[in-house]
Design a protein around this ligand. Structure first.
Ligand SMILES: [Fe+2]
Length: 217
C-alpha cells in the first residue's frame, strides 16, 4: 500500500458497520459536540434523546458485534467492539457485550459519555474515590450506589462524579449488550482499573476486539 494511502486511512473517520441509523446519529452527534464544546452537561442533555431513539431501533447492530471476546482486555470474555471512531478521536461509539454472570473490573473513563442498554439486563455499581491520590498504586473507593439497568435505560458519564464503576450482566443465558458514546478514544487510552478490596489502582488499556489502539497524541 502506498504511504500516502496509509496516511489517508489514518486521517479518516473509521466506520466498522454500515448502518444508516448510526450514520444519522453520528452526524447529529458531531453537530451537538461542536456547538457544546465548553459545556459537557449540555452535550449530554442535547445528545441523549437522539441516543434514546437510536437504542429503540433494535435492528442496526450486526450479530458479529454482539459476541463475546475471549481475548478481552477487560477480562471475563467481555467484547468491546468498535463501531465508529472519528478522525480526531473526539467521538467513539462501541458495543460492550458482557456474557452472563461476567462483571467488568472497576474502572474509569476519563471522558463524558452516554451508555445505553441495547439488550439484556445489567447492574451498575458506582464508586467515588475518597483518598488524595498521593500514594502511587493505592486508591480508596466507596460505593455511591448500585443501580439496575434494563433495556432502553441510559446513564451518563461526566468525570469526576460518577466516572468510576463496574458493570455486571444479570441475564442468565444471553449476554447483555450496551452501546457507548464517548468523547474520547477510550479503548486506546491508558486509564485506571481499581481493586476496592485491596485498595489498589493500576493503569490499563482495554483495547477493542476488532480494531487496533490509536497512538495517543
Ligand atoms: Fe464503564
Amino acid at each position: 500500500m502506498p504511504y500516502t494511502n496509509v496516511l489517508e486511512i489514518l486521517e479518516a473517520d473509521q466506520w466498522f458497520i454500515d448502518s444508516p441509523d448510526l450514520h444519522e446519529f453520528v452526524a447529529i452527534a458531531k453537530e451537538i459536540i461542536s456547538s457544546t464544546t465548553h459545556n459537557h452537561t449540555e452535550t449530554l442533555n442535547t445528545l441523549e434523546p437522539h441516543f434514546a431513539a437510536l437504542l429503540k431501533k433494535q435492528n442496526w447492530l450486526p450479530e458479529h458485534f454482539a459476541q463475546a471476546n475471549l481475548d478481552s482486555g477487560l477480562g471475563g470474555g467481555i467484547g468491546q467492539w468498535l463501531l465508529y471512531r472519528s478522525q480526531d478521536r473526539s467521538l467513539t461509539i462501541f458495543s460492550l457485550v458482557i456474557p452472563p454472570h461476567s462483571v467488568t473490573p472497576v474502572h474509569d473513563h476519563l471522558s463524558w459519555g452516554l451508555v445505553g442498554l441495547y439488550k439484556g439486563k445489567q447492574e451498575e455499581t458506582v464508586y467515588r474515590r475518597v483518598d488524595s491520590g498521593e500514594l502511587e498504586g493505592r486508591a480508596q473507593l466507596e460505593i455511591v450506589g448500585v443501580y439496575p439497568v434494563k433495556s432502553g435505560d441510559i446513564y451518563r458519564l461526566l468525570p469526576p462524579e460518577g466516572d468510576i464503576h463496574s458493570v455486571r450482566a444479570i441475564t442468565v443465558f444471553t449476554p447483555s449488550i450496551s452501546i457507548h458514546v464517548m468523547g474520547n478514544d477510550i479503548g486506546s487510552i491508558w486509564r485506571n482499573q481499581y481493586n476496592p478490596e485491596q485498595r489498589t489502582v493500576q493503569l490499563f488499556r482495554s483495547g477493542y476486539a476488532n480494531a487496533p489502539v490509536s497512538k495517543q497524541k
